[in-house]
Ligand binder design. Structure first.
Ligand code: DP6
Length: 325
């Protein structure tokens, strides 16, 4: 079988029921499941070119040479699966504004595994692609699929069943998403380190993990019934509980700045006044507002006016990862 260059794209995703903690750090096996939405507008495009003349893998990120450390294990697995031993040049670009502090590991690893699958001709099915993406970053397993996606915690030690699956297509409930950027620059403590610290030191971590299965059930039912109010309640609660467990770590993880908190109040005020919107926050200071179809522009306008908000990005739910060439 010959190897050939291939390009793939994948959208970022935002968890509504959060992933925060692992049962196995080496394989990124999550301690509990999670549910997310995949975004259309924030995406990574990645080209994998296997080249016989290279003696090591190379990475170009947004046009700049970058460390290949995290992509080499991914490519090693494709070399093993395909029986081909070529090193690769990997070129990856994010459509996210640079320095916006938005996580790119989910879309990045999802695009990488789909491009590598095409380049090495391994033809893995979607569940196996999700498994490969998870090995790069836990949340990346979800970006293989579009729309509403659930990630399973799985039971096995090998991670075969810790993969994502789609719940509902974006077209069946085309919610809109507004990201309020409250701080430009790299985040203080990465998700990986933050959840690690929470697992090791937060007295609230066990309570957090125990609470997730019920949230997953509530979110599944809300998505199934396209019940926005119910999804709003469970999603805001999941985000706040995740941050509560992180705040109680030693030393405490305080990801929010004053503008983050101001945006949370603004979203709640908008919802109380009848706008279909709820918030979620990941391991950083940006606020993600999930909106009913047609309400994104209004929410974006309001969040742009909050003190300390640098800019807002409006997007929609989008498709799963796929090959472009
Ligand atoms: C807060 O997937 O970035 O965004 O598996 O260590 O790479 P690793 O962590 P990562 O964690 C994401 C955490 C989160 C919540 C979520 O996306 O579910």
């Amino acid at each position: 079988m010959s190897v050939q260059p291939a390009t793939a794209r994948a959208g970022a995703n935002i968890a509504l029921v959060k992933y925060w903690g692992k049962r196995d750090a080496r394989l990124n096996l999550p301690a509990a499941g999670s549910i997310s939405v995949t975004l259309a507008g924030l995406e990574t495009r990645t080209t994998v070119s296997p080249l016989p003349e290279l003696d090591a893998d190379e990475l170009m990120l947004d046009g700049q040479p970058a460390s290949a450390e995290r992509i080499v294990p991914v490519l090693d697995r494709y070399r093993m699966l395909s029986g081909q031993d070529q090193h690769c040049r990997v070129e990856s670009t994010n459509s996210f504004p640079t320095g916006a502090g938005l996580a790119s590991s989910a879309s990045g690893f999802a695009a990488l595994v789909v491009a590598a699958d095409a380049a090495f001709g391994t033809r893995l099915d979607a569940a196996r692609l999700s498994e490969q993406a998870r090995l790069g970053s836990g949340s990346a397993a979800r970006s293989i699929f579009g729309g509403f996606v659930e990630m399973a915690a799985g039971h096995g030690d090998d991670g075969r069943d810790a993969v994502a699956h789609p719940l509902l297509d974006a077209a069946d409930w085309p919610l809109e998403v507004v990201v309020a950027i409250t701080e430009i620059g790299p985040k203080s403590v990465s998700s990986t380190d933050g959840m690690n610290r929470t697992m090791k030191t937060s007295p609230y971590y066990p309570a957090w993990v125990d609470s997730v299965p019920e949230d997953l059930e509530r979110a599944r039912q809300a998505i199934d019934a396209t019940d926005f109010e119910a999804l709003a309640e469970v999603s805001e609660s999941s985000a706040l509980k995740m941050h509560a467990s992180a705040l109680a770590a030693q030393p405490g993880l305080l990801y929010w700045n004053p503008a983050t908190v101001a945006c949370l109040h603004e979203v709640r005020a908008l919802r109380a006044a009848g706008t279909g919107v709820f918030f979620t926050v990941d391991a950083g200071p940006q606020v993600k507002a999930i909106c009913l179809p047609g309400q994104g522009a209004r929410v974006a306008g309001r969040l742009a006016g909050v003190d300390g908000v640098e800019r807002v990005i409006e997007t929609t739910l989008g498709p799963g990862a796929g090959v472009l060439t």
